[in-house]
Design a protein around this ligand. Structure first.
Ligand code: AR6
Length: 173
């Protein structure tokens, strides 16, 4: 039942998947980083739909259409802001991946692409985030047939290297 996991360096707004994940904030009304890029590329109808969702709690996820994106759907999730590592940051980040995959599975999305949630403006250490992301993806896809392909979209060579090293450790390859 194991799904295919791919690590890529790319702009997530260009990815033609059934769903892409947005690293949003609790308002779901846009922001900087990947969130800003997704809203710009999807167009103003995305904000209209987001307004009707009344926000999202940290660790939870909500789905919208993809509008002008090549992806059909956007799953918006809110990562934790890194404080001191003792404020349940790991738990909330794991919840982001689990809840996003759970929505993808319920909607029958065969391909889904994640950005590196929380490691930009929210300052979560990338190596720790990579381990949590890939562990959650591994656990989920071992038990479910859908999604069939999970992509991790990294935005720099450095982040790609960190995720690739974590991938080798977690998947024993
Ligand atoms: N494609 C793929 N990854 C990207 C892209 C892109 N187009 N643009 C940036 N990244 P961040 P966060 C990477 O800050 O830490 C927003 O203002 C980026 O290099 O986007 O979860 C929200 O509204 C980094 O590796 O998200 C929230 O307020 C990763 O995406 C807040 O930022 C995440 O960086 C969320 O902060």
């Amino acid at each position: 039942m194991a799904s295919k996991i791919e690590l890529l360096i790319a702009d997530i707004t260009k990815i033609k998947a059934d769903g892409i994940v947005n690293a949003a904030n609790t308002t779901l009304l846009g922001g900087g980083g990947v969130d800003g890029a997704i809203h710009r590329a999807a167009g103003p109808k995305l904000l209209e739909e987001c307004l009707s969702l009344h926000g999202c709690k940290t660790g939870e996820a909500k789905i919208t259409l993809g509008y002008n994106l090549p992806a059909k759907y956007i799953i918006h999730t809110v990562g934790p802001v890194w404080k001191d590592g003792k404020s349940k940051e790991d738990f909330f980040l794991a919840q982001c991946y689990f809840n996003s995959l759970d929505i993808a599975s319920k909607y029958g999305l065969k391909t889904i692409a994640f950005p590196s949630i929380s490691t930009g403006a929210y300052r979560f250490p990338t190596q720790k985030a990579a381990e949590i992301a890939l562990t959650e993806i591994k656990k989920f896809t071992e038990n479910k047939a859908i999604p069939e392909t999970v992509m991790m979209i990294l935005f720099s060579q450095k982040d790609f290297q960190i995720y690739n090293d974590a991938y080798r450790r977690i998947f024993n390859v």
